[in-house]
Write a protein that binds this ligand. Structure first.
Ligand SMILES: [Zn+2]
Length: 256
């Protein structure tokens, strides 16, 4: 028990650092910049941030959300991404204590966090995250209960279903409703979670996306900008499917 708590505490600290790294990925990857070089800089004054001012969450709190060099405001999104990553990864480690599974779980959940915020900022789900994700998910399936056949089916159905939806939407509405990024993202979800997980993700994303979309139309009227990136909905659906796919599946089919 004590050992388990100690391990989870260590995972929590490591996951905070992963979250800190994800902030770099979210900021630099869509701009085509290296995610290893140079070291972190203040987005306002470009002063390099020394390691002791770059401690996840703590530095933000100690410096009261401001840069130590220029006193420019630092977005609360940085500690938020760190906290979110730490909670998700620690919960995953608690939920599945098999050490061998952790790298695969951690890649998947980290990809969901990065994709959410990159899509919010840039309306893209980068290939550099989703394509390696498809491969890593498939490789992981050899070690995970899912198994490679279910993973392969997940890739085909996950990618295929959205491809058909995108094609049908384009044919009917004569404009693009879904991007290729969404298709590759759901293929990645299928690689990690199988057909069931990919479909739960899509159902959840469509439900929450349309509810929020209708709410936006009601609030802003049809003339306002009511378009939403689909990625954050897909990513939250995928996180839900990761932890709870089977119960959700049963619930959904009992309703219909
Ligand atoms: Zn600064």
């Amino acid at each position: 028990m004590i050992l388990q708590i100690a391990i989870l505490f260590f995972v929590f600290l490591a996951a905070l650092c992963i979250g800190s790294f994800l902030n770099v990925v979210i900021h630099r990857l869509p701009r085509g910049e290296s995610i290893v070089h140079p070291r972190s800089r203040c987005p306002a004054c470009s002063t390099p941030i020394p390691w002791y001012r770059n401690i996840p969450i703590l530095s933000y709190l100690v410096q009261k959300g401001r840069c130590a060099a220029c006193a420019g405001k630092i977005s609360p999104r940085y500690p938020l991404v760190e906290a979110l990553t730490a909670i998700l990864l620690t919960y995953a480690a608690y939920w599945d204590p098999v050490l061998l599974h952790w790298p695969f779980h951690f890649y998947f959940l980290s990809a969901l966090v990065a994709c959410t915020f990159i899509d919010l900022d840039h309306w893209i789900l980068p290939d550099k995250i989703t394509l390696p994700g498809i491969v890593i998910g498939f490789v992981g399936s050899f070690f995970l209960p899912l198994g490679p056949i279910a993973s392969l089916l997940g890739i085909l159905v996950g990618g295929g279903v959205l491809y058909l939806v995108a094609w049908a939407y384009l044919a009917l509405a004569k404009r693009e409703g879904l991007g290729g990024g969404d298709i590759k993202f759901l293929a990645m979800v299928g690689a990690f979670l199988g057909v069931e997980g990919a479909l739960v993700t899509l159902i959840f994303a469509s439900m929450t996306g349309s509810v929020l979309g209708l709410f936006l139309i009601a609030a802003r009227g049809k003339k306002g900008n009511t378009a939403l990136p689909f990625g954050p909905f897909l990513a939250s659906g995928a996180a839900l499917a990761f932890f709870y796919a089977r119960p959700f599946w049963i619930w959904y089919f009992n309703l219909h």
